[in-house]
Design a protein around this ligand. Structure first.
Ligand SMILES: Cc1cc2nc3c(=O)[nH]c(=O)nc-3n(C[C@H](O)[C@H](O)[C@H](O)COP(=O)(O)OP(=O)(O)OC[C@H]3O[C@@H](n4cnc5c(N)ncnc54)[C@H](O)[C@@H]3O)c2cc1C
Length: 300
């Protein structure tokens, strides 16, 4: 690789790269064709990464034989997002909201994101497999107020900007939000009854909101609220195969001379899990590694 061709509308320019080309174009979450090819189970997911994540760098490198790692497999669902307004809807869960499907049934321990060290994907991955790929966060006035007490910004900037269904009775809330009323009524009653009798949710073992300080709370203070959600993703983790010098490797394991890559355009660094901070830091770290090695490449 000796340079790049830049096409801007009608204009085309060529840039010769004295020290190599470093691809750092991010992932492919906004390229539906690529998502369908590499991660077909995620075509319905809502992409919340920058619109520039169209997979351009990946396509360019793959066109000259670059290998990939974990593409499609190392992809993780992120947090629930209001399906009607596309605003993050996570926060009521932290203070005691439950997740139900359209039958009004719960399907997972809602606090599992804490157990899994802030990895939402076990919860939101199962959530996106519910009928129609949709689910609702259900909470009450006290839970909503508790969010506001600790995180006022998240109440005003996120929850209040979602489409919140609201009613004085659980069945009325269900009817307004499109959930089975009888199913939701039974779920809330059982959830409250478990907390009353055994101190925690016996159906999915939800014992704490945030271990070990905050026990689960009943949903019993009207008005009741619901936000209809879909699962979003903020990053797709597979991409170009690079070596420890950030050089892009071809399908025979050979380095493609003059081509480096860093960040979300690369694969092989991240497992399926969502580990906080690893993507931003690895993007920067491998950017530095790529830059240093590109300079050495020129000197050799
Ligand atoms: C809401 C959200 C929350 C996140 N939370 C975390 C977190 O807690 N921890 C964590 O580690 N990661 C997190 N991430 C992921 C992390 O931010 C990204 O993986 C990381 O920033 C990617 O860096 P990058 O340099 O590879 O790509 P980017 O920062 O996206 O940079 C890519 C650049 O390439 C440019 N580009 C693309 N195509 C072209 C083209 N054809 N021509 C010219 N330029 C092009 C773009 O304009 C852009 O400037 C989050 C992401 C989002 C969206």
């Amino acid at each position: 690789v000796v340079g790049i061709k830049v096409v801007m509308g009608e204009k085309t320019k060529y840039f010769k790269a004295k020290q190599g080309v470093i691809l750092a174009t991010g992932g492919f979450g906004h390229n539906l064709e690529m998502v369908a090819e590499f991660a077909p189970h995620l075509v319905d997911i809502i992409p919340i990464m920058p619109a520039s994540h169209r997979g351009d760098g990946l396509k360019m490198a793959m066109a000259i034989g670059a290998a990939t790692r974990d593409i499609g497999s190392a992809v993780t669902p992120s947090w629930p997002i209001c399906s009607e307004k596309h605003v993050g809807a996570l926060w009521a869960i932290f203070k005691g909201g439950i997740l139900v499907n359209k039958d009004g049934k719960r399907f997972h321990d809602e606090s599992s994101y804490v157990v899994c060290r802030m990895d939402y994907s076990p919860l939101t991955g199962i959530a996106m497999k519910q009928p129609g790929g949709v689910y609702w966060i259900v909470y009450d006035e006290k839970i909503r107020a508790d969010v506001g007490k600790d995180w006022e910004y998240h109440l005003t900037h996120y929850i209040a900007r979602c489409k919140e269904y609201k009613a004085d009775k659980v069945e009325e809330l269900a009817k307004a939000a499109g959930i089975d009323p009888q199913g939701l009524k039974e779920t809330v009653e059982k959830y409250n009854n478990d907390i009353e009798t055994v101190g925690y949710d016996a159906a999915f073992g939800r014992e704490y909101l945030l271990k070990p300080w905050y026990p689960v709370v009943k949903i019993k203070n009207p008005p009741y609220y619901a936000i209809k959600c879909k699962t979003s993703t903020d990053s797709l983790k597979g991409g170009l195969k690079i070596n420890a010098r950030a050089q892009v490797v071809d399908q025979f394991g050979e380095v493609i001379p003059g081509l480096y890559a860093a960040g979300e355009v690369t694969g092989g660094l991240h497992p399926k899990a969502y580990l906080l901070g690893v993507m931003t830091t690895s993007s920067m770290t491998f950017g530095i590694i790529a830059g240093r090695n590109a300079i050495q490449h020129e000197r050799q």
